[in-house]
Design a protein around this ligand. Structure first.
Ligand code: SF4
Length: 455
């Protein structure tokens, strides 16, 4: 065991110390090369038959979004062990990095051969929920599906065929599963008369809906790598070190970009997360679900101290103050009035008001507002965790507002951004087989308080 690993496993380490240490050696994936884990012992197995071994390129298709390349070592059609990318020169500037998979990707063999994984068609023979199934052949399964589809179409119409999102696999190696409306099954359903699509999903339902009202769409922004041009990095609940952690994932962009810009980094998160990992200059713990109140109070400071980018707001935004609202808008329905307590709720969003709600002392709110309001360019990021709450749309829009207030829109990033080498797996099929973008019908919910872009 290496000294570094001993340090990592020493119980007396604090969480902060542990995170800092693991980050310093390139994460746990690097540390495990020194200890015995399943994929390492599987490696030893294959050495007995090296002549028969083939190495096949594949990819990690779990739904983290990075889609790292994997090298499957196959003997007699069976994956014996999994290896990571061994190409690239770690030349970040020229996008020639080695996309080293994390532990989740490296355990793909376990996923493929998991005894609980459905590997062949099963037909229910008991009552729904009873858990009784029998194995059937693929031919029987196709016949069952076709007959069932035909029956439903004739009896109820194509509107009764619902295509759900979420298979546990994202971005197949030879096909495409995202966005769901462009997958091969969607194309097949379109060719048979259409289907009922879903809206929202477990990852991004609130931010996708919320930012449509603010920006007209979501996931718009600069690449994460644009952080290298910023002087200040502000992250709200954004933790790619634990969510997109491979050699080509967002954490790699962040570390490389931050090293270049040497920008100050403020992490706002209830938890001291791995992305902070000793790289942060300030960690602001916040009560979960209160980001909007924190930002409203910072907006209050910025408005009172003339730190908002009025020129940007006047030119590009609707609804910051009354002069960009239509004449038909009710009095004091603009954002500024809402913050100053002149709006419908009559509450002035002062730092003292926000402090007990957020758990952040008023003086820290003031100091942070001054720093964000006076530093340009400032990169403002938000992760997806904070929008997975009852009022998640408002939290995501509040963070977008912070970028708008300070004229840092070009630095606003909420998108999944990949290193180009990690995305090549999904391209060729999608280019050949176009799917329609308009299924039969789509529902949407418009229950929102509108701040910016209100018409
Ligand atoms: S970072 Fe994501 S895509 Fe890459 S190996 Fe890990 S789980 Fe798989």
């Amino acid at each position: 065991m290496t000294n570094k690993l001993k340090q990592l496993l020493t119980p007396s380490l604090t969480r902060r110390g542990f995170i800092k240490s693991s980050s310093a050696i390139g994460g746990l994936a690097a540390a495990t090369s020194a200890i015995s884990l399943p994929f390492k012992s599987a490696h030893a197995e294959t050495k007995s038959a090296p002549g028969d071994e083939k190495v096949v390129w594949s990819a990690c298709t779990v739904n983290c979004g990075s889609r790292c390349p994997l090298r499957m070592h196959v003997v007699d059609g069976e994956i014996k062990w999994v290896d990571a990318d061994n190409t690239g020169n770690d030349d970040y500037a020229n996008k020639d990095v080695q996309v080293r998979a994390c532990l989740r990707g490296r355990s793909m063999r376990r996923r493929v051969y998991n005894p609980d994984r459905l590997k062949y068609p099963m037909k229910r023979i008991g009552k729904r929920g009873e858990g009784k199934f029998k194995r059937i052949s693929w031919d029987e399964a196709y016949t069952e599906i076709v007959n069932s589809l035909d029956h439903i179409k004739k009896e109820y119409g194509n509107e009764a065929i619902y295509l759900n999102y979420g298979t546990g696999t994202l971005g197949g190696t030879v096909t495409k599963s995202w966005p769901p409306g462009k997958s091969l099954i969607a194309r097949l359903m379109n060719l048979t008369g259409g289907y009922l699509n879903h809206y929202g999903d477990y990852s991004t339902a609130q931010i996708a809906k919320g930012l449509s009202y603010t920006y007209g769409g979501w996931a718009n922004g600069n690449s994460f790598s644009d952080t290298e041009n910023s002087k200040l990095i502000v992250q709200f609940g954004n933790n790619p070190a634990e969510t997109r952690m491979s050699g080509g994932g967002l954490i790699h962009h962040l570390i490389e970009s931050k090293a270049k810009s040497n920008a100050r980094m403020i992490m706002i998160d209830p938890r001291y997360n791995d992305t902070a990992a000793g790289h942060e200059d300030q960690w602001i713990p916040i009560k979960p679900g209160t980001d909007a109140a924190f930002i409203a109070a910072m907006a209050h400071v910025m408005i009172k101290e003339d730190l908002v980018d009025q020129e940007f707001l006047d030119k590009y935004c609707v609804g910051y103050d009354e002069k960009t609202l239509p004449t038909s808008a009710p009095a004091n329905s603009d954002y500024k009035s809402y913050i100053l307590g002149l709006g419908e709720d009559g509450i002035e969003k002062t730092p003292e008001w926000a402090a007990p709600i957020t758990g952040i002392p008023a003086d820290i709110i003031i100091k942070t507002a001054r720093e964000i309001g006076s530093t340009k360019p400032c990169a403002i990021y938000q992760g997806w965790g904070l929008q997975r709450t009852q009022n998640g749309e408002i939290a995501s829009r509040a963070i977008a507002m912070l970028a708008l207030l300070t004229g840092n829109l070009v630095s606003m990033v909420v998108a999944l951004v990949h290193v180009s080498r990690t995305t090549t797996f999904r391209l060729f099929v999608s280019l050949r087989l176009k799917t329609l973008s308009r299924p039969l019908s789509q529902c949407s919910c418009g229950l929102m308080r509108l701040f910016v872009g209100q018409k």
